[in-house]
Each structure stands twice: as C-alpha cells, then as structure tokens.
Design a protein around this ligand. Structure first.
Ligand SMILES: *Cc1c(COP(=O)(O)O)cnc(C)c1O
Length: 495
C-alpha cells in the first residue's frame, strides 16, 4: 500500500510521493504532507549497526513508498558518497555535556547538503516514473546556503538545468565565491541588482507565468523548485535524527529507550520538523527545542500562540536563520489543527493578508513536544568563545545559537536529559564572525587570512570546499536587474 500525500490546505486530492517531489508545492499554495507519519519497521538494535546509507533506506522507504527498492538505493548511494569528507556522513561529537550532530561534511559545508545531495536523484527518478520527458529547470533564489547546495547537487545531473539568483552584495564573500566558481555545464548563476526579496519575488513571478510555461514546454522544459518546502528535502532530513539516536546507543552514551532532547537552530522550520517526524516514527525524543536568533518570531509563537511577522527584520551573524516567515511551520499547524485543512488555510490567509494569526487553545496544547528559545548576538558570540576556551571545539554561529539556547533551557527547566545539538554549518563558512567571537583581534582581518588561523586553533583540516575557492576560476559573470530576471532565464535556456 502506498503512503499518499495531500496538501495542508486540501485533504481531498491525493498524490504519490514521487508526484509530490516533482511538484514541490501543491497547486493551492499548500505544502504536501503524508497522510500519516509511518512507524520505523526496524528495531533500534538493528539500526545501531547500520551505516548512514542503510539507515537512510530504512527511513526513507517508509515515506517514499512508490519508489522501488532499487530506485531508492540508487538515489541514496549516488548522494551519500565521497562528496562527503567522512564515511560516517554525519559524525556525532561530544562537546562538553552535549552531543553535536555535525551535518556539514558535504560539498558546501552546510546542512543543506544532507537533503540537496539526494533531491536531484529523487527528482529525476520521479520524472522517469511519471513519464515526464521534458528537462527539469530548477529555479532558486538564495540568500547564500541553499543556492550553493542546490548547484552542487544538480551540477551535471542529466535531464536537469539549474539557475540560481542571488542578491549582489547580499551574501558573504565566501558564499559568493562558492557560487560563481560552480562547475557543471547545466549550471547558471546570476547576481541581481536588488535584495533577497526581489530575487524571491522574481522567481515566484516566473513560476506563475503561464505564458512562459507554455513557451518552455514547446522547447522541452518544465520548471521545478529545490527550496525547503519540497517533501524530497524534508524526508532525507528525518534520517539523521534516527541515525544519531542509534549511534548514541551504540556508543553506550544512552541506555535503550532513554529519552533525549534535541535542539535545532531554526529558520524555515524544516530541520526541526524533520526531528518531530523522527519522534513520531518512534525515536525516543522528549523535547524539541527550537532555537532562534534575534529574529525570534518562533520563540514568541511558542510563548503566546500568536505568529506575528510584523516586526523589524534584523541582520545577524547567523544569516541563514534571518527569516520572518517560516514556511515549514505550516506543516506543524496542519498537524496540531488535527489535520484540518480548512483551519490551516484560514490561518495562512490571515498570515498573508495581515502578517499575523493566532492558534486555538486546543492547538496550543499539542505543542507540548516543543520548547522555544532564542539567543542574542552577544549570547551567540559568548557561546562560541566559551566552548572554544573550555573544550577547544569551534562551532559556527548558527550552531552557537542552538548551543546557547540548549544551555539556557537546561538551566531554567532543570531538565537534565542528554541533549543533541544539530550542528548546521562548518565554522569555516562564517569564519569572520566565528573568529571575532573567539578574539576581537581578528575583527579587522580578511576572511581569507583567517582560514589557516582557524585550522591552527581548532586543529581541523581546511575543508575541500574552502580550499577549492581559494584558487578556482570564476565561471559565472552574469548580472541583471530584478525586473529582467524573466528575460535572463529565457536567454539562458535559448527560448
Ligand atoms: C538553512 C539553515 C538553518 C535553518 O534551517 P531551517 O530548516 O530553515 O530551519 C540553520 N543553519 C544553517 C547553517 C542553515 O543553512
């Protein structure tokens, strides 16, 4: 029996997993959700000795039921290979009294690689299964991490092209160099004269342009999306929570059945939602601790039941969490509304029209699995410095938000359960903020000057991704105005 998917805003129309992966977003604007969360059908004892790839199969087969065993195993082995700099794919490192699950060992040294290295394979497999013969064109607007991870994932994947738009001047120097040096005959990178919102709105407008869709179809192309609302990004993220628990057990850090807490540095709510799904699959997780930076919309939501995006947008040193609309939260809203699509649609309309909504008391009661916290810029820097001074371990700014919130939660709640921290980026990626947190003397240094210094003080090798951009030739020079994005896409595709 296939597990089917429906939109959070309409439970009538069902699609298969592969159809949901291909579509990305439902036509009514809702997000695809599985009809129910499947239970693990292997025991923790069995999971304990499994490799990352074996765990990925055990988890993903429960969700992506219309993929054959052969198809899914092929997707997994093509994704989790030597692109990662460690065989274990997601290492678990004990840092002080917490366990860091390092999700940054892939091609672009941020956790987006965990899902974006497999999404292209899930998508091209889905295209074959559904007899799609057109080439898939991935359009992505990025504020940094997603764009590069998507480029790396889709580069030279047959049957696909990828075009990434980023705001000129709106990403870190390392992030920009990572993108403009991207290899692959099917990749294009365009700097737009505007901010991230302009880029995102431009991409949305292109997706909604029915005339362009037809022109493209005539040339053998169709658009798709690689952003984090695609179920093909969410499901692969469930894997590493199952894997981490099994490894804690194998290493005898926890006893069989022992509950742990999980803290996740959160922006779009995708990563923590995956942890919630892992819990529902049967992993003994007690609290899911949602860590925000100073853009603390989610913290306020967990405190009050009111989601309010009407506030000042703050630029922080954890830019991948600088978000006021957490798209994936809609999946949680749908769940706590008792899978009531009408209620979900009503709240999402309020969010769109007024920027605010309030959930019912009954819905709030179902949020008990979650705790919210946030860290200020000072708290984030202090966590980096303190951890370095006491353990020698250097973490990135996003992970530091989570580490700070985790410690704060422990102190305030007295909850002494062991805690897993999702470590979402390599410190090399946000090197300037990280090094300055450790010592003010680095504040005036150039990012590239700091690379060897970080390697020295943390006793870690410079990641391949950073080594590469030091000398890689720039391959992408294209720039355009925000209002000429459509023409740029047509030019790139020769339409
Ligand atoms: C994207 C990102 C996050 C936020 O993850 P969500 O799934 O959007 O909540 C946190 N840290 C880093 C480094 C990221 O790139």
């Amino acid at each position: 029996m296939n597990l089917l998917y429906n939109s959070t805003r309409n439970t009538e129309k069902k699609v298969t997993a592969s159809e949901a992966v291909l579509k990305g977003l439902a036509e009514d604007g809702g997000l695809f959700v599985p009809e129910y969360i499947p239970k693990l059908d292997v025991t923790m004892d069995e999971l304990k000795t499994m490799s990352y790839q074996e765990t990925a199969y055990a988890v993903m087969k429960q969700f992506l039921t219309d993929y054959t065993e052969e198809e899914l195993k092929h997707c997994i082995s093509s994704a989790y290979d030597e692109k990662f700099d460690t065989e274990v794919i997601a290492p678990l490192v004990k840092v002080g009294d917490t366990y860091h699950l390092e999700l940054f060992h892939g091609a672009t040294i941020a956790f987006k690689d965990m899902a974006l290295s497999i999404l292209p394979h899930l998508m091209t497999t889905a295209a074959k299964k559904n007899h799609v013969t057109k080439d898939i064109v991935i359009l992505t607007a990025t504020s940094g991490d997603t764009g590069k991870a998507a480029l790396a994932g889709f580069a030279d994947v047959p049957g696909t092209k990828i075009i990434v738009f980023y705001p000129k001047g709106g990403v870190s120097r390392i992030q920009e160099l990572q993108m403009v040096t991207q290899k692959g005959g099917n990749t294009s990178v365009v700097a737009i004269h505007g901010n991230f919102d302009n880029a995102q709105n431009g991409v949305k407008a292109i997706f909604e342009d029915r005339e362009l869709e037809q022109e493209l179809a005539d040339k053998g192309y169709q658009f798709s999306s690689a952003n984090s609302i695609n179920i093909g990004r969410l499901v692969p993220q469930v894997v590493y929570y199952v894997y981490a628990y099994a490894k804690l057990l194998e290493n005898e850090e926890i006893a069989p059945g022992e509950e742990i807490n999980v803290t996740v540095p959160t922006g779009n709510f995708g990563n923590i939602l995956a942890a919630y799904y892992a819990k529902q699959m049967g992993v003994p997780i007690a609290k899911l601790i949602c860590a925000s930076n100073e853009n603390k919309v989610l913290f306020d939501f967990f405190q009050t039941g009111v989601y309010d995006r009407n506030r000042e947008f703050k630029l922080t040193s954890s830019p991948s969490m600088d978000i006021l609309i957490s798209s994936n939260l809609e999946r949680l809203i749908y769940t706590i509304a008792g899978q009531d699509a009408a209620k979900d649609a009503e709240l999402m309309t309020q969010l769109k029209e007024n920027g605010v909504y309030e959930i019912t008391d009954q819905m709030r009661e179902k949020l008990n699995d979650f705790a919210g916290g946030f860290a200020t810029e000072e708290e984030c820097s202090a966590a980096i410095r303190r951890t370095y001074e006491t353990t020698g371990y250097v973490m990135d700014t996003h992970t530091a938000v989570a580490a700070s919130v985790c410690a704060d939660y422990r102190r305030k709640s007295g909850d002494e359960k062991k805690c897993l921290v999702a470590s979402t980026a390599s410190p090399y990626k946000f090197i300037h903020s990280v090094m300055t947190a450790i010592d003010e003397k680095y504040a005036s240094a150039d990012e590239f000057q700091l690379i060897d210094e970080l390697s020295r003080i943390s006793q870690t090798d410079v990641p391949r991704a950073v080594e590469e951009i030091r000398s890689a030739p720039i391959r992408h020079h294209r720039e355009c105005d925000a209002d000429t994005m459509k023409d740029t896409v047509k030019e790139i595709l020769g339409v």
